[in-house]
Design a protein around this ligand. Structure first.
Ligand code: MN
Length: 487
């Protein structure tokens, strides 16, 4: 889907045609300029002067799948009663861009004509009131429309809005149920569909095995060539790589046929398969599909959504699991990995394909997997949990480092990071909030983007940052528990 955003400008008839023509011309200019610098196109739709113009535009925005959200702005004063019906019906993300055409107040030229034409400062306040009065989720961004800081924030909001569109269209293919007895990977699939739009359904592992049997040697040859172009082959066990290619082709065929963008499986249910998909799941994630291990459909769908919210619509985001800590004072780090399945979009260098024995689960043969170190840089980890009656999204800021030791016998991809505000306080906060061991780790989706996404989806959001203390977090969780029971 080629997404776009609609610019809807507020005004009224009071100022006469000349002013309205100027507003219309400037709005076109602003949309054209923003389209050049933002990740998605901005289409100027209308300078609305009546209730009917607002409602007609909103209804069309709701109906058009390519419209991922609306951006409103009041160049002049736009009385807000005429916006009530439209905004009440709006079901697309909404950003209120509080900007104005000029940067400076023109000292010599300013007169009452100028004031009448350029009055966003009070037009946008009237517009803000009705958003607040309607309790409508919206993003408010203030600043000049040529300012790079505005472009960054508006661009990030657009990506969150696209994440909402991807979420509402999300279908997850499950092979097998959740890992036995695990609590945090469970959840209310009906609630997830109502709130987030996710269609989560199951397919038999036997269906996947039958699909694998249809994969031809020529198809496998072609995919192995693709692997060779992206990864170094560091094993003599070519058969294991070919087996992963067969798994990947079969999983992808089944997902594409059903329109699924994410899948989950479990090492406890691999009947008829020789290897847990490792390289197969990793290379599918590299192509933008979501994945969750141990039947974790929540993290799988969130991985696909956060990938779509990232750079170029398939960013550096991946299914991740906190494994073990380095607790030396002054050198405290988390080591994240998974049994096999870490997306190579996190890799600092060129990943290697290796084969190793895997003791957990039913693996008749050693599975092939990509092994690499994660990049240095700022990032986040995100976890979606079911609190019973509502979903809570927890996001923690992290700083990823080059792993401080080579760990030559660790047969999986690894990422090392320090959680904010520091590792131990960060762990205390994460555990207090109920965050899972499974997360989506991202280098290019920010906490603010996830907050905006959670607001659009109307779910609880908890952010653990450099400023978080366990005491304040406990108070925040207590208040949110009450608020979300009332909502
Ligand atoms: Mn796991």
């Amino acid at each position: 889907m080629k997404y776009e955003f609609w610019l809807v400008v507020g005004s009224q008839f009071l100022y006469g045609n000349e002013v309205l023509e100027t507003v219309d011309r400037r709005s076109s200019e602003i949309a054209a300029r923003l389209s050049e610098v933002l990740p998605y196109k901005v289409v100027y739709k209308v300078t609305a002067k009546t209730n009917r113009e607002v409602t007609d535009t909103v209804r069309e925005a709701n109906y058009r799948p390519e419209c991922a959200g609306i951006i409103t702005w009041c160049h002049t004063f736009s009385p807000s009663k005429m916006w009530i019906d439209g905004l009440r019906d709006l079901n697309k993300p909404w950003c209120h861009l509080a900007t104005q055409y000029n940067v400076e107040i023109p000292n010599e030229e300013i007169d009452m004509d100028f004031m009448n034409l350029n009055q966003a400062a009070h037009g946008d306040r009237e517009h803000g009131f009705i958003g607040a009065r309607l309790r409508k989720p919206r993003k408010v961004i203030a600043g000049h429309w040529t300012d790079a800081r505005v472009h960054k924030r508006l661009g990030d909001w657009m990506k969150s809005a696209v994440g909402a569109a991807v979420s509402r269209d999300m279908k997850v293919m499950r092979f097998g149920d959740n890992m036995r007895e695990v609590a945090v990977t469970e959840g209310d699939k009906v609630e997830a569909q109502i709130k987030l739009g996710w269609q989560v359904n199951t397919w038999a592992v036997g269906d996947l095995v039958a699909e694998m049997d249809k994969v031809t040697e020529a198809q496998i040859d072609e995919l192995v060539e693709t692997y060779k172009a992206s990864y170094d082959i560091a094993t003599d066990n070519i058969e294991a790589i070919r087996y992963q290619a067969k798994e990947e082709i079969a999983i992808r065929n089944m997902m594409d046929r059903e329109g699924c963008k994410a899948f989950s499986n479990t090492f406890q249910d691999l009947y008829g398969m020789e290897q847990l998909p490792g390289l197969a799941s990793q290379h599918l994630m590299a192509q933008g599909y979501g994945y969750g291990g141990e039947g974790d459909w929540k993290v799988s769908a969130l991985t696909a959504i956060m990938k779509a919210m990232g750079e170029g619509g398939n960013g550096s985001s991946a299914f991740m699991e906190d494994y073990t800590y380095h607790l030396v004072e002054g050198q405290e780090y988390s080591l994240g990995a998974h049994m096999l399945e870490v997306c190579p979009s996190l890799a600092a260098g060129r990943p290697r394909i290796e084969t190793h024995h895997l003791g957990i689960g039913m693996n008749a043969k050693d599975p092939a997997r990509l092994v690499f170190e994660g990049k240095e840089g700022d990032g986040i980890v995100a976890s979606l949990i079911d609190m019973g009656g509502r979903l809570r999204l927890i996001v923690q800021d992290i700083r990823c480092v080059k792993p401080i030791m080579p760990m030559p016998n660790l047969p999986v991809a690894r990422v090392m990071w320090r959680a904010m505000p520091d590792l131990l306080t960060g762990v205390e906060c994460w555990i207090t909030a109920g965050g899972a061991h499974h997360t989506v780790l991202s280098y290019d989706v920010t906490a603010e983007m996830m907050r905006d996404w959670a607001n659009i989806m109307d779910i609880e959001f908890v952010h653990i940052s450099k400023d978080t203390t366990p005491e304040r977090l406990e108070d925040e969780l207590l208040v949110k528990d009450l608020v979300w029971k009332l909502k």
